[in-house]
Design a protein. Structure first.
Lengths: 249, 206
């Protein structure tokens, strides 16, 4: 059983084929990194997993996709998304809610916690898992704009975790934050895999090397190389993967 | 050429320079196994010692360079594997010089007698090892294990020869000095070929 299983998946926007014959299997409780240069289709692949691509005009998906055991294309996307958290490239906490409320709202909406004590416990747990608790435990009533960019991104991770997802999607989560915060986020990602399956998109080979258990290299909408981190980072078999690892594409 | 390629080439160049030193030290030892003149032998002992010291220092510098390269360029894939392989090769090249030094040391202990030139069949064994090492060093320059079969063949021959010497050694109640020295040198020669073979094996992984 895999958290995500795609067989011969093609995604079109209008007449243009964006994803081409994608076949990947993402094991549970692993960090699966999708690597590729700009425009290779990484984010589209990620947004396909929680069906955010449904919001793109003229999108058409063909192929067999199973996510958390469900047939993705037949399943209610709202139900599915209750089990899938997502963190975007740009930190996007709710600006009008406090740090506490930003995390608590996800747990409340998803029914993870109802009583106040339960909610407090979940908020603390999520902030700890996002490696933010120590920095904000005495200022939970502050607002996101009072945090640094890196802290805001970890707040978004905590918010995603508070809904207790089975699958967590991360779209270049460190792209806009400083190296210290990026490192903290990477450590959080690696430590989370016991509890949640993580699919992360990055164009940074070294970041992928630091966190990945499995890697897929995407180029022009195609998976040109995939396998264990050891295989891809030490013995890549395709010229495209080799160039990507060298930062040449 | 990209920075990563330029620096990898520079690392290879250091290995090639190390291999040139090893070739010279092998030629020295080869001469030592024939030389009877004590003054000439003294010169050779000193040269072999100097080469061993130089190669040890080159190996340390090489590791520093390789680590700096890893820190700066953070290589992945073939580049990372190549760097690791080159660090291993630098060690093997250095070890060959150490065994040459050990052979020279035994010769110096035998002085003022005529030394290793009087020990039967040692020269023949050493010459075989020189063929193996030179084949390996050529492969190192080409960075490809083109001559691996030659080295493997000599390694098999050397293992057998060393085994026979050891059997001869244990079959004697009292070991004659010549046989003891021969066993010691044969062991060093056998190890030299082992390291040549290791280099070939490393090159095969690329």
């Amino acid at each position: 059983m895999f958290a995500v299983e795609m067989n011969n998946v093609n995604l079109y926007i209008g007449d243009k084929r964006i994803l081409k014959d994608i076949t990947v299997k993402i094991p549970y409780n692993s960090v699966f990194v999708v690597m590729g240069s700009s425009g290779s289709g990484k984010t589209t692949l990620l947004k396909l997993i929680n069906r955010l691509v449904d919001f793109i005009d003229g999108v058409r998906v063909l192929g067999d996709i199973r996510v958390l055991g469900f047939n993705l294309l037949d399943h209610d996307p709202y139900e599915l998304r209750k089990n899938i958290g997502m963190v975007f490239q740009e930190p996007n906490p709710f600006p009008h809610l406090t740090i506490y409320e930003n995390v608590a709202i996800a747990a409340r909406i998803n029914g993870v916690a109802k009583k106040r004590e339960e909610l407090e416990e979940v908020v603390k747990w999520a902030l700890e898992k996002a490696m933010l608790w120590d920095e904000v435990k005495n200022r939970l009533q502050d607002y996101p704009h009072q945090l640094s960019g890196g802290q805001r991104q970890r707040l978004c991770l905590a918010r995603a975790l508070a809904m207790k997802p089975k699958l967590l999607l991360l779209d270049e989560p460190t792209a806009n934050i400083d190296p210290v915060n990026a490192r903290k986020l990477e450590e959080a990602i690696v430590s989370l895999k016991d509890e949640v399956t993580i699919v992360m998109v990055t164009h940074l080979p070294h970041q992928a090397a630091r966190v990945a258990d499995y890697v897929a290299v995407l180029f022009e909408g195609k998976v040109v190389e995939h396998g264990s981190a050891q295989k891809v980072f030490l013995h890549p078999s395709t010229e495209i993967a080799k160039k990507l690892l060298r930062g040449e594409i | 050429m990209s920075l990563i390629n330029t620096e990898l080439e520079r690392l290879k160049l250091i290995l090639v320079r190390m291999s040139q030193h090893v070739e010279k030290t092998l030629n020295n030892v080869k001469e030592l196994l024939e030389a009877q003149d004590i003054e000439r032998r003294r010169v050779i002992w000193r040269e072999v010692e100097d080469f061993a010291i130089t190669l040890e220092s080159m190996r340390r510098d090489f590791i520093d360079e390789a680590l700096l390269f890893i820190a700066r360029r953070q290589p992945l894939g073939e580049d990372l594997v190549s760097t690791h392989i080159m660090i291993n090769i630098a060690y093997d090249v250095y070890r060959i010089s150490r065994y040459c030094r050990e052979i020279a040391k035994v010769d110096s202990l035998l002085a003022p007698s005529s030394g290793l030139s009087n020990i039967p069949s040692i020269r023949e064994l050493f010459e075989k090892s020189v063929i193996a090492v030179k084949a390996t060093l050529k492969d190192l320059v080409e960075f490809s294990p083109n001559r691996i079969s030659v080295v493997d063949e000599i390694d098999t021959y050397m293992d057998r020869a060393y085994q026979e010497i050891l059997q001869e050694l244990v079959s004697n109640k009292v070991v004659p000095r010549e046989l003891g020295v021969k066993a010691l040198i044969a062991r060093h020669v056998e190890r030299i070929v082992d390291h040549a073979q290791y280099i070939e094996q490393h090159l095969s992984k690329l």
